[in-house]
Design a protein around this ligand. Sequence first.
Ligand SMILES: [Zn+2]
Length: 488
Amino acid sequence: MRIFAASLATESNSFSPIPTNRDSYEQTIYFKPGEHPDRGTLCTGPLWVARRRAKQEGFELIEGSCFWAEPSGPTTQAAYESMRDEILDQLRAAMPVDGVLLGLHGAMIAHGYDDAEGDIITRVREIVGPKVVIGVEQDPHCHLTEKRIRACDIMILFKEYPHIDFAERADELVTLVVKAIRGDIKPVMSMYDCGMIDVIPTTREPGRSFVDKMTKLEGRDGVLSVSLCHGFTQGDVAEQGTRVLVVTDNAKAKGDALAAELAEEIREKRGTWYPPYLTYDDAITAAYAEEKGPVVVADPSDNAGGGAASDNTNIIRRLLERGVTDAAVGPIWDPVAVQLCQASGVGATFKLRFGGKTSETSGLPIDADVTVLGLTKDGLQTFGKAMVKFGDGAGIRVGGVDIALISHRTQALGLEIFTSVGIDLSKKKYVGVKSTNHFYAAYGPIAAKVIYCDGEGPSALDARKYPYTKVRRTIWPHAELPEGKLIV
Ligand SMILES: [Zn+2]
């Protein structure tokens, strides 16, 4: 048995001011065949897991290239085609194979390709023919298009948000692909469109119970796998939306009915999956009304993890205008300001312009007399078992607000964004973080309270804020909830 595996992944925000080219991938993750390190990454799970499983199951793994770029704007056409064709050439050279494993993200847009994953899976099918088993793993923040479902045999999405289960889902994918190759199962997929889009964290109810329910349904009565596609509001594509996917062992009618039943629950609970969120001003008022701090205030709209620049200054400006004390905000991505702080040294007070640079969704830069609180080089922050780089950093104080500046664009995951640049969060009343839900692992435990707000960056929570040209305006929350629909 011969199985080919490769990965091509990013999450494209149609409204991000940051362009994405081949360098964007090569500077983040680019493993050529055989170069994948012995640790998993979110979207290379299938290849990494298949290495271990190859020995156990007795199949031969042929490794292709793996690519991942930080979320940002659509990938250039030339970059997408060169990475895609690199993988397809490797597959052609590996033929004949019995199976193909693809680690994709599922929300990649390239110029000329609104459905990049649909394109690559279809081309893989053209190369391997109808009988070879194609298995795909994706992030739930994907666009689950009809084209990609029709072109592969088994699709499995991460269930958890934060996505801590990527390796378990990859393991399941390898198991099902191997069984299908052996003829032990005949996977058939059912996909149901919920007629809506929502943000669905699984660290709280009702998302937690829904994931547990999906898991319990699997492995019995012919149900092989159940996935929920949350959808990705920042991607302006026709098939954006929340969808349910069920894989059965040759039981299409059962899969169709189960997908429809699960979709009905998602639809009924629309608008309740994410915690209530406030405007910037109401969030500041609410935080300072609390008796105890720190109150952690998340701003998903400027989350680098969703493709934002993370240099919007509006909330800092509001805090300064209101004359607050004991506040901290971060991270602000501004490599030039970091460089100037590094040159000035800890303790220096000088006139600095920072933030508000990348685009109109960044707000305006702030000019102020700042004091440098602390500096770091090649900074790292903790995210679960991983260490994520944020580059050189500088902590500065303006009035009653301490600000963490970073040089490598990323969201607030670990406390080190602040603590490594001289900002003591335990003494703060207000801690503003640019992140949607991944911040919660580190910041939840130190918070007296967590408040969510929807701000003015390019990655808003409220889908109605986006100037879409392709997204269907007939789905909730753009319109009254329409009927749900079985697509596949
Ligand atoms: Zn995701």
